[in-house]
Design a binder for this molecule. Structure first.
Ligand SMILES: [Zn+2]
Length: 246
């Protein structure tokens, strides 16, 4: 009995001695777990900061392709009182139309110098009217460089908007946001990066969105017959000498 009695307390004392050890061990384990979780969270946060930090802190770059015109932008456009042809003479002489608007679903006119083939390569391309450049960039496959100019013009007392579109140009002499004058040289005739004989793919559009698109489309709503539009809006007074010398 006494042995058991002695054993009993000894056993009890053993367990009471073991218990604090186990609890400190448990506490240590818990703090290690906590440290591991904190470390994991820290690594996760650093990783997220490293991944998304530059993007979140970067100032948004202006991409003219997605820019929309505010009413103030539209109101500040100069009023174009007359339009000229973009290559050859301002009346359209010295140029011919190789593929007309809507011919084979064409959204523009393919204007060429009368010499044919690459004789017009590098010839000046002129802004058809006063306006603001909205796009001047590589237009994607099949395009080469593309320039879009937005114009405001009066028609029957109403201020209307129209875009002139210059495709496959070689050298671009203007940048997005720049104001241009009618007859100002904005580019040179190109080959769309060697894809075609040099020519100017010229469109006139009734919308203001700086949309490049495909050049060919069954649905032509929003696109105008470019040469017919220019002819109808020549508005050149007799004393007007046309475009200024480059
Ligand atoms: Zn074309």
């Amino acid at each position: 009995m006494s042995g058991q009695g002695e054993n009993g307390p000894r056993h009890e004392s053993q367990t009471t001695e073991v218990n604090p050890d186990q609890s400190t061990l448990k506490r240590h384990r818990r703090s290690w777990w906590l440290l591991a979780v904190l470390f994991f969270l820290l690594v996760l946060l650093l990783d997220l900061a490293f991944r998304f930090g530059p993007e979140l802190l970067e100032r948004r770059k202006f991409d003219s392709h997605f820019a929309l015109f505010s009413p103030i932008d539209l109101a500040s456009l100069p009023t174009a009182t007359r339009f000229d042809f973009p290559i050859g003479s301002e009346h359209g002489a010295m140029a011919y139309n190789a593929q007309r608007f809507t011919e084979s679903l064409h959204l523009g006119d393919d204007l060429n110098g009368i010499g044919g083939e690459n004789s017009d390569l590098g010839d000046p391309v002129f802004a058809v009217a006063d306006g603001q450049v909205v796009t001047a960039r590589e237009g994607g496959p099949g395009w080469g460089n593309v320039i879009i100019v937005l114009h405001a013009y009066p028609e029957n007392g109403v201020r209307r908007y129209v875009q002139s579109f210059y495709g496959h140009v070689q050298t671009m002499l203007v940048a997005p946001g720049e104001m241009v004058r009618r007859g100002q040289q904005i580019a040179t005739v190109g080959t769309g990066g060697g894809k075609y004989w040099a020519h100017l793919h010229f469109e006139m559009r009734e919308f203001v969105t700086p949309y490049i698109g495909a050049g060919y489309r069954k649905e032509t709503r929003g696109w105008l017959d470019p040469s017919a539009f220019i002819e109808a809006h020549r508005g050149a007074p007799d004393e007007d000498v046309g475009r200024s010398a480059p």
